[in-house]
Design a protein around this ligand. Structure first.
Ligand code: 3SL
Length: 240
């Protein structure tokens, strides 16, 4: 019997090495807020995004004249042009431009998975688009949550559950891991009200303290764009 492609969920970047060799497609998720910011920036015309893990790398790009966004602990790092708020990319200021981005967890997770053949960026914002793309691609997929400093995080796990459940419902994929079952149940309990469900979550509280409730609401509103960002070489682009 011909086996179906798998879809599995990896909750945190430090677990990634346990899965990596079985997958040629990885979707990195950081709902609050890196992958939501990336999807929004591409939706509004940014041409390329270079994800870097450290502030040092970000500074080097800045010194070379690039537009650079840097976030740590939810805030824009002093001396940089932009942060990680998706709302700040909802305009055409960077249309056609390259943006360098470093964030606390999201860009690190992207770089951890950089050697995977198909590296894609997922969020609730592009949920249907990424699911359609993965269904058409028809290859085994790992959904990687960025977590918070390598710890489990609820919003990424819910989004991972939404994607895996959508693929499993097509009957073209199969899953064997308990993490994927757990993500599915989290998604099913949260799906009618992501904002309310996440009220007690650590990241929602962290961003709320920084007066970023509008960012949270935006990031938790599914299907606002059909962009599918992917890694090409050392940067991200959007599939056309
Ligand atoms: O961890 C990250 O990469 C960020 O998305 C964190 S924050 O939402 O900007 O606080």
């Amino acid at each position: 019997m011909i086996s179906k492609p798998k879809v599995e969920v990896c909750f945190t970047p430090n677990l990634f090495p346990l899965y990596a060799e079985d997958f040629e497609v990885v979707v990195v998720i950081d709902v609050l807020r890196a992958t939501s910011a990336i999807c929004t920036a591409f939706h509004h015309g940014v041409e390329k995004i270079i994800p870097v893990s450290t502030l040092q790398e970000a500074k080097e790009y800045k010194n070379k004249g690039f537009h650079v966004a840097a976030e740590r602990k939810g805030k824009i790092v002093d001396g940089f042009d932009y942060g990680n708020s998706p709302l700040s990319y909802r305009n055409d200021k960077l249309k056609g431009e390259t943006l360098v981005l470093t964030t606390t967890n999201g860009t690190k997770a992207i770089n951890i998975a950089k050697d995977i053949e198909h590296l894609l960026i997922g969020s609730l914002l592009n949920l249907n688009a990424i699911c359609k793309y993965l269904t058409d691609l028809n290859k085994s997929v790992l959904i990687l949550g960025s977590g918070w400093q390598n710890k489990f995080c609820l919003e990424d796990s819910i989004c991972a559950g939404a994607i895996s459940e959508n693929l499993l419902q097509t009957n073209n994929f199969e899953s064997f891991n308990d993490s994927t079952i757990a993500a599915k149940y989290l998604y099913l309990s949260a799906r009618t009200n992501f904002f309310g469900y996440l009220k007690a979550s650590s990241h929602r509280k962290r961003l709320k303290k920084l007066n970023l409730n509008e960012d949270i609401k935006y990031c938790l509103t599914a299907n606002q764009t059909d962009v599918v960002p992917y890694r090409e070489d050392y940067y991200l682009k959007k599939l056309s």
